[in-house]
Design a protein around this ligand. Structure first.
Ligand code: SAH
Ligand code: SF4
Ligand code: F3S
Length: 469
């Protein structure tokens, strides 16, 4: 059977989709890239901003309309992920053709339910009717304390190892959920409170990945550096986890996303100087440079505390690349607040950033406040930060021209199959041509001499004829 899977949202969703794909593959089905030929279509959704929801709704509208035009009952069309949790009931009413909706913590049920529905459609009415809508009760605080769904999801752990292609770079989920309750954010509602996985399990998963050829691991958690606090492992549990992973023979690089500034301890900044595998790259969300707005956002740190972390990081690794998330146009954000954001943005020297226009999410604290910054002002602030970012990224990249960089070879360039793409430890993309083909180089660490830079990437030539691994 042919399965089409479309993913919106963050790396957690990508990781969940990997699990879904691996389970379908294990049962002998093919994952296809064209939804027009699929027997089963699954859309894994995100609710973090209105735009993310609209994209998924647009996609679902499109596949439903095509099925209607053919007057067919196949393919089976299902939705999972955060919007399925957050707005599942509403989706069922507005797009009644959707066959099933499974909340963010029920993604492990997608293959089973989709395949049962498919069998019934083909005439196997003897199969019991699977549920159409399953999600956690959004009103019940207790729901998320029930960890049986997490245990079920953990059944999937290492599923991706069953696929025959080894992954040079792999994600490992170290926790589920978040309990920070930033005023604007829907994630705690869609994913529940923080639940960390036991360290032994994470280490076992990492060791298996490394055995199968993985060189780089990205640890995933909504507040990755608060890892372990919920299971009584204490404030240093995250650094402890990094230390244990660092000892894995054959593992070359570790990244993680996202840390919260409030838990960025001196031990963690110190780890950058100490650990061989910890890459000189950190995604550290600032959200706003104004203390007044940070307080309203319920982000319990100040701009000066943030700058202190940045300076400790640069002390540990002078060439570290620092990226961030910023929200512009939070309710009540004045010109002077935005000026503070620009100032901290420059002082932090971010060379990468994701800038978002504030989008009220029903059910969050700030959705009760008037969304009073006009869209044109949000747009203007967004554009100003993008200009600043382009300037800072360009400066950062230009400094690398004429240097030799160690890159980990990942894939072909998307737009140019003749060019090969790898990343520096600082997460910069480097494109280069080589007489060797991708199969020979994938997963290898090689030295590349950088010859030119753009805002987004570097171009180099293959400096070291013999890969080092
Ligand atoms: N757990 C991560 C990120 C979660 S969501 C963290 O705490 O950093 C990714 C980003 O989306 C956030 O960092 C924030 O910048 C943005 N975001 C979240 N809710 C938003 C909203 N309502 N409007 C606009 N951007 C939002
Ligand atoms: Fe959302 Fe804040 Fe949790 Fe990040 S830390 S997921 S922004 S509530
Ligand atoms: Fe979106 Fe859910 Fe991730 S809301 S950002 S997919 S946790």
């Amino acid at each position: 059977m042919k399965i089409y899977l479309r993913t919106y949202g963050c790396q957690m969703n990508e990781r969940d989709s990997e699990n879904i794909a691996a389970e379908f593959a294990e049962r002998g089905h093919d994952i296809v890239s064209d939804d027009a030929v699929a027997d089963i279509i699954v859309v894994n959704t995100c609710s973090v901003r209105e735009q993310a929801e609209q994209k998924a709704i647009g996609k679902l509208g499109h596949v439903l309309a095509r099925r209607n035009a053919r007057r067919a009952s196949l393919p089976i069309i299902g939705v999972t992920g955060c919007m399925a949790q957050n707005r599942g009931g509403q989706l069922m009413r507005t797009l009644p053709g959707i066959d099933f909706i499974l909340g963010a913590r029920k993604t492990h049920m997608v293959p089973e339910i989709a395949l049962k529905m498919y069998a019934r459609r083909l005439g196997g009415m003897c199969h019991p009717k699977p549920p159409r809508l399953l999600r956690d009760d959004p009103e019940s605080a207790d729901t998320y304390l029930d960890i049986s769904d997490d245990l079920q999801s953990h059944r999937y752990i290492n599923r991706h190892l069953l696929a025959d292609t080894s992954q040079t770079c792999a994600y490992i989920s170290i926790m589920q959920g978040c309990q920070m309750n930033c005023s604007y954010c829907i994630v705690p509602k869609t994913r529940g409170i923080q639940r960390s996985r036991p360290p032994e399990e994470i280490l076992e998963e990492a060791a298996k990945l490394v055995d199968s050829g993985t060189k780089e691991i990205t640890l995933l958690g909504q507040v990755a550096n608060a890892y372990g606090r919920d299971i009584g492992l204490g404030g240093d549990a995250f650094v402890g986890l990094l230390r244990s992973l660092d000892k894995l023979d054959g593992l070359e690089r570790i990244r993680f996303t996202s840390p919260h500034p409030s838990f960025f301890t001196p031990q963690l900044t110190g780890a950058y100087a100490e650990l061989r595998t910890l890459c000189e790259y950190v995604h550290l969300p600032l959200q706003s440079g104004s203390d007044r707005i940070l307080k309203l956002m319920r982000r319990p740190y100040t701009a000066s505390k943030f700058l202190e972390i940045v300076s400790r990081l640069r002390e540990a690794k002078p060439n570290i690349s620092i990226s961030t998330d910023i929200i512009v146009g939070y309710p009540g954000e004045r010109d002077e607040d935005f000026e503070c954001t620009k100032e901290i943005f420059e002082k932090s020297g971010f060379d990468m950033a994701y800038i978002f226009k504030y989008s009220p999410r029903k059910g969050t604290l700030s959705a009760e406040l008037p969304d009073d910054v006009p869209d044109s002002v949000k747009e203007g602030r967004n554009a100003e930060l993008l200009d600043l970012l382009a300037k800072q990224s360009m400066e950062y990249n230009l400094r690398l021209v004429d240097t030799e960089q160690e890159i980990l070879v990942e894939s072909c360039a998307k737009r140019n199959p003749d060019a090969i793409m790898g990343r520096t430890r600082t997460h910069r993309k480097v494109f280069f041509k080589s007489s060797k083909n991708l199969a020979e180089l994938r997963g290898k660490l090689i030295g590349v001499k950088i010859k030119s830079a753009t805002v987004a990437a570097l171009e180099g030539y293959f400096y070291d004829p013999e890969p080092r691994l």
